[in-house]
Design a protein around this ligand. Structure first.
Ligand code: 5GP
Length: 131
């Protein structure tokens, strides 16, 4: 079920538990600002999640409250992850679901990195037509 993108941070959310090492993940990258790991239910041949280390509920929360260092560090890490897993040349898609309409399920800000195959249209044509 999608969750609201704003609200108090839940320190028991699944990504907080992964950050604390309470739940395993298939880690691909870690630095001071970010952790990247394979999605447990991949929607593409390559599907990696990148999360900031701070307690931010959503993109809205992170972009509003994150420090300049956290925001710069996080997005540089996303780029480094994409390069490290070989996606720069073939290309990839970055996506962040925000709040209920965005379909966000885990209330810790994250971006999805998809690749490994041509990914098709950005969004369902039917959805775009009714927006
Ligand atoms: P959202 O819908 O919030 O943008 O995406 C959450 C993502 O987290 C989903 O793609 C889901 O498969 C992934 N996910 C949920 N629980 C776990 C978990 O325990 N481990 C990993 N690696 N991914 C998870």
């Amino acid at each position: 079920m999608p969750v609201a993108g704003l609200g108090p941070y839940d320190a028991q959310n699944i990504f907080a538990r992964i950050l604390r090492g309470e739940i395993p993940c298939r880690r691909v990258f870690e630095d001071a600002h970010a952790l990247a790991f394979h999605d447990i239910t991949p929607r593409a041949p390559v599907h990696v999640l990148v999360i900031p280390k701070g307690p931010y509920v959503s993109f809205a929360d992170f972009s509003a409250r994150g420090s300049d260092a956290e925001i710069a560090g996080f997005f540089r890490a996303v780029g480094q992850v994409a390069t490290a897993i070989g996606l720069d040349a073939p290309g990839y898609r970055l996506l962040s679901n925000m709040g209920a309409d965005g379909g966000q399920e885990v209330p810790h800000f994250h971006v999805h990195l998809f690749g490994g195959v041509p990914l098709g249209p950005m969004i369902m044509p039917d959805t775009a037509a009714t927006a």
